[in-house]
Write a protein that binds this ligand. Sequence first.
Ligand code: DAT
Ligand code: MG
Length: 142
Amino acid sequence: MTTERSLVLVKPDGFGRGLTGEVLRRIEAKGYVLVALRITTPTAEMLAAHYAEHQGKPFYGELVDFMSSGPVTAIVIEGNQCIPGFRSLAGATDPTKALPGTIRGDLGRDWGMGSTENVVHGSDSPESAVREIAIWFPELAG
Ligand code: DAT
Ligand code: MG
């Protein structure tokens, strides 16, 4: 069974620059299905859970400050292998190095915070996706 769901975020930089529609367009053009969508400014508790694996890293404080700086668009997508598929659409973490053709490569750049402002998040494994969807869409968990 390869049908799966992934949690995608259009981060505050992408939301603020009006890029939600472009990210949704690319997801839909790729063929993945939109399951749920919400605009929300994440709480400290949500971000601590979402980024638990990064707690203690040098960039953690800046990352959480950035992610709580404004609204994000949270999206659940669905489709066979959509977790690696969206990671491929998103491109490398560092928007300076992300290849043209990817979301981060085409729409992102270094605005003074290195890799922190990189337009989108996508779950990196089925286990992460289940955990993250429960944080952003508790009504879908289970
Ligand atoms: P990804 O978002 O590609 O899965 P990640 O999970 O390793 O990357 O890191 C989560 C976020 O943290 C990433 O989107 C941007 C930020 N980040 C990662 N590495 C960083 C670094 N070296 N400096 C600044 N921010 C970083
Ligand atoms: Mg990650």
